[in-house]
Design a protein around this ligand. Sequence first.
Ligand code: UT7
Length: 329
Amino acid sequence: MKRPIAAIVGTGRGVPEGVMTNYDFAAIGIETSHDWIFERSGIVERRIARNGETTCSMAAEASHKAMERADVHPGQLDMIILSTATPDRLLPSTAVDLQAELGAGRAAAFDIGAACSGWLYGMTVAEGMITSGVAETILVVGSEKMSAIVDWKDRATCVLFGDGSGAAIVQRAKTGKGILSTFLRSDGKLADLLYRPAGGATNQFSQQVLDERTQFVRMAGREVFKHAVRSMSEAADRALDAARLTAEDIDLLIPHQANVRIIEATAKHSNISMDKVYVNVDRFGNTSSASIPIAIDEALERGRIKEGSTVLLVAFGAGFTWASMIIRF
Ligand code: UT7
């Protein structure tokens, strides 16, 4: 018997209206320049949550749009999987807040923590749940309020990140299209290259933590850069091998949007020309696990993904974690 296939049947995004350009850092006393940020990362502007916007509220906006496009109502959701590095509260999960907000009374809801790779981790869990028959309709959301966890006094990190959310509804494919292959990997030995030293159950909040600002993200940028290129390249190869496809079969590569130089290096490794690569890091910065679902939603809206398109998704993030997936739409 042929293995069932899981497919995305609707997508949505919820990004804050507030835009912060590279030129706006001067006004908050950050010694940087548009030229430095743009040349090193490709970022021009990012969205910043304001006026009470939360990880949950952005997720709700993305989810409502995804459900509308999929013609699914909240009562149909069997499961809500929310990837985030910025939960609104540490207990309970942001997924249950989202469940309450949507009125998805039947759903099992939980968060996934795999940093920037989190949405692909969530999609892989959803694929397993759908193809094994545990669930029929799953909402997979990536939602991140990175502005809450970056150190606004550290110019090496605060210029890179942005806020936003992207969502997809996953169901069993009716047409044979859908998720063709997945690949997940982690290496916890490298955790301290990108992490938040304090604020968890160990190193709890204290005056010392606040004084040393160790509750915020710390990143060894150069090291992370090298690992990102290597791991995303590996992930791209592995997803292609698993689907028995080559780069020529790929209509669009959607990599995690952290840095346009990482994106270009990954595309070059995979022999995929930049006209087949979706890039929006210039407008959103690094939105962690929200970056890929936001990009998919935009690519569908802009006709970059069409019926029958074969799309390669590749992510890398803190942990380190890395992941890939090939989807035929
Ligand atoms: O989501 C996945 C995780 N994140 C990533 O994938 C990010 C990976 N890393 C990167 O994208 C790059 O390493 C960065 C964009 C973060 C930095 O680029 P870089 O070419 O590796 O620069 P660098 O960190 O080596 O810094 C070069 C110089 C330093 O000055 P000195 O020591 O050479 O005098 C920094 O102090 O640039 C300085 N610098 C800045 N200057 C102006 C650092 N941040 C800034 C800034 N504005 N915002």
